[in-house]
Design a protein around this ligand. Sequence first.
Ligand code: PLP
Length: 441
Amino acid sequence: MDGAEFRTRGREMVDYMVDYIEGITSRPPLPRVSPGYIRDLIPDQAPRTGETWESVKADLERIIMPGASSPACTELEVCMMDWLGKMLQLPREFLFCEEGKGGGVIQGTASEATLVALLSARTAAMHKLRDDQPELTQGQILDKLVAYTSEEAHSSVERASLIGMVHMRLLKTDERGSLRGTTLETAIREDREKGLYPFFLCATVGTTSRCTFDNLTELGPICTRQGLWMHVDAAYAGSACICPEFRYLLDGVEHSMSFNFNPHKWLRINFDCSAMWVKDRYAVTEAFEVNPLYLKHDHQGQAIPDYRHWHIPLGRRFRSLKVWFVLRMFGVSGLQQQIRKDVSLAKMFERLVQADDRFEIFGEVVLGLVCFRIKGENARNERLYKMINDDRRIHLTPSKVKDIYFLRFAICASSTQMADVTYAWSVIKELAHKMAASEKR
Ligand code: PLP
């Protein structure tokens, strides 16, 4: 859909909304549908190729309006989470269609998903400790709990531990930025020797600073053996795993208890939309369920989830509508094409950097993030970064890992093209040249 069509369709939608509001008294106040009605009306997976807007819009009246608002909101979310889960080839235990205990929910952000995972794991661990050692007070139990993540995990993970009031250890990564099994095992052993109770690991697939990957196939079995809840945070990199050639990045996810990625980062779905799956939804509702009379309804305890027990807020928006629209308008192949275009532009930028012997690539370019630096001291890179941003033609962000300062070139806007990349590189080269000239003076 180009800009001109978007204007036309947008105006049509405004007309539709006004007609809805003006004709609201002709619609029944309560929906006449029964639980599970949407599953019978839509396909069980996302379309391979994009559909027309006309067909999507027609389904609004046919499928959504009969269940307005809450039943449709919940039911479409259930179906969209299964569509997304199948696109990622998640283990079937995470999907609703499997008749097990798993399922997915749309959270607002990855930060919330991590917090929900940590609090769910904390509740389960506290029950276990209370059963094993009934003499302990709640405070003493909390003092014993210890969670882990890597030193390269997003700051939201550490923040979840602050909110959850549990101790979190930031474990060292290897030289490729990956948290390894032996490091986790050593930490668990040390903590058990101190009388502590390790209960949670947040592993990252695609770290924020330099897009590195924790080793899920090593970490997962350790967590299973040692009774830790493994949560996988793939906020950025998860979207790429809809392409078969990148799916290997999720190898080992089958060992996790929960998994999350942000379609709003790289799947053309607007903020906010963070997709989270759990293997045991009762472990989540156990941590969050409160049932006042004013929120009770006739379908409680049935197959359709009560999402208000899956996160912190009680009220929720109809986020699955935008997921439905995007998956149908682009189709899986359209979204794969976008990921591949961005990764190939990142690879192109990598080649430009490699061809200039003043620069070096920092780490490995796997997806759309290229970390690079001027060879030599951090101070020169800090100067170059300042010059680039003061110049104001392009914008980059820096980072520092294991005391190495580097610049980050991220391809993430759907409109980015080859010409934008070559332009950005010409600006960087020009400023690097200017910096070198000023250093000689
Ligand atoms: N985890 C990772 C790996 C991220 O890269 C980010 C954000 O960039 C987050 C978590 C936090 O995401 P959100 O803003 O959705 O909370």
